[in-house]
Write a protein that binds this ligand. Structure first.
Ligand code: COA
Length: 253
């Protein structure tokens, strides 16, 4: 495989990014819980992911991984920037407010056109409320968290370092700023092990329970680490000049 490059997503990458998400999540337990597979519409799902991609281009840190010289998207990652948990800064800006309404309206039009495509709306709200509970419990860093909203690698390209590079783009940034990262995975095996290798630790579980039909999600946190170029030859060293990192101890423990 040629060298992998991670770059910000462009309009041209969107169809490939959607393929990576649809294929990566084809056997995902959350997907199977939230969609009625007998009514699932891949076309509606594509339209929904297309809206989410366009929203992500405007509002998130959004990257694709490709082999050098190739246009094929092998993997995609979308991250939300940290938002302070309290204080006036935590209030939504006008842009956030406008963007969430824009996405909501786009989704309303999409639903009018395609229908729900098998989406179980009751379960969607069960998930949202479980997510809000666990985040309320686990999120203690006042400056907030880099939040991994989507990460997916084409099945044929998995296990070859693509996911690691996609993560590194944002975890390097987080380490420099001394900010923790957060994700929720619906797969225990092998994802929890993979994310542990990338520096995350299992912090809690979400049980999304629809009258006994449960979807379990795994909440993981990565505390900021000393950036590699600030580590001495013996590995990580305490360095009083790296205040951005050392001013943020692992507040999530
Ligand atoms: C989870 C996912 C993003 C990881 O990306 P990937 O490209 O397959 O992972 P990488 O090849 O970069 O591997 C990252 C690390 O995990 C390890 N790893 C990879 N696959 C593994 C497996 N099956 N079991 C244990 N460790 C594994 C690698 O060895 C590497 O560790 P190292 O740096 O110490 O060698 C990818 O597998 C995926 O898209 N899965 C399907 C969709 C999904 O579940 N998305 C996540 C929702 S939260």
């Amino acid at each position: 495989m040629a060298a992998i490059e991670v770059t910000p997503i462009t309009e041209q990458d969107i169809p490939g990014a959607i393929d990576a998400v649809q294929q990566g999540f084809a056997d995902d337990p959350y997907n199977h819980w939230i969609f009625d597979r007998s009514k699932f519409s891949a076309e509606r799902n594509r339209a929904s992911l297309g809206l989410r991609c366009k929203w992500g281009m405007r509002n998130a840190l959004f990257f694709v991984a490709k082999e050098a010289g190739s246009d094929t998207v092998l993997g995609v990652a979308m991250w939300m920037r940290p938002k302070p948990l309290t204080s006036a800064a935590a209030q939504s800006s006008w842009t956030d407010w406008f963007e969430s309404w824009r996405l909501w309206l786009d989704q309303v039009f999409m639903n009018l056109w395609y229908g729900r495509g098998g989406l179980n709306v009751k379960r969607y709200y069960i998930w949202k409320s479980s997510q809000s509970l666990i985040q309320h419990k686990l999120w203690t860093n006042p400056g907030g968290y880099y939040f991994c909203n989507i990460v997916s690698v084409l099945p044929a390209a998995q296990g070859r370092g693509v996911g690691k590079l996609l993560f590194k783009t944002v975890t390097d940034m987080a380490d420099r700023e001394g900010v923790p990262c957060y994700l929720e995975s619906s797969k225990d095996e092998p994802n929890v092990r993979i994310y542990e290798k990338l520096g995350f630790r299992l912090a809690g579980n979400l049980d999304c329970d629809d009258d006994g039909v449960v979807c379990k999600l795994f909440a993981m946190i990565r505390d900021p680490q000393v950036p590699q170029d600030l580590q001495g030859p013996q590995g990580p060293q305490p360095d009083n000049s790296t205040t951005a990192v050392l001013d943020h101890p692992s507040v999530c423990n």
